[in-house]
Design a protein around this ligand. Structure first.
Ligand SMILES: [Fe+2]
Length: 133
């Protein structure tokens, strides 16, 4: 099975946030590992629970960080986070109501979060920080 590997392109150069982003990679890999072991339901439930905790502390952490460094595009970034949280809650509802496809959508979203949000959107505040110093 192919697991996701952390790579330099995902790195912001802000150790605390990079660690948190790595956690998302770990979560996805654990999901696939459990799935491969045939524990479909456990895999989905663990992932949902972990992602929920993750969203609460990670997104808040990031927002606070951006505020502290005076990142000018904070409001737009926050809006993206809100969208993600909303989508998560909607898909979770669907899943709890018995729609198993919802988990696939959450996984797909987590992927796009890694390779689009982190690589593009989060990089903007990292760049801002670098140029500011
Ligand atoms: Fe972000």
């Amino acid at each position: 099975m192919l697991l996701i590997e952390w790579n330099k392109e995902l790195e912001l150069g802000i150790p605390e946030i990079d660690e948190q982003h790595k956690k998302l990679v770990d979560m996805l890999n654990s999901f696939y590992t459990e799935l491969e072991q045939g524990h479909k339901r456990e895999a989905a439930e663990h992932f949902l629970k972990e992602l929920e905790d993750y969203l609460i502390y990670h997104l808040e952490f990031e927002e606070k960080f951006m505020e502290e460094i005076g990142f000018p595009d904070l409001e737009n970034h926050k809006r993206t986070h809100e969208m993600f949280k909303k989508l998560y809650l909607e898909e979770k509802e669907r899943y709890l109501k018995g729609d198993e496809k919802a988990i696939r959508e959450i996984i797909a979203f987590a992927f796009s979060w890694l390779f689009s949000h982190i690589m593009k959107t989060d990089k903007k505040y990292a760049k801002y920080l670098k140029e500011k110093d």
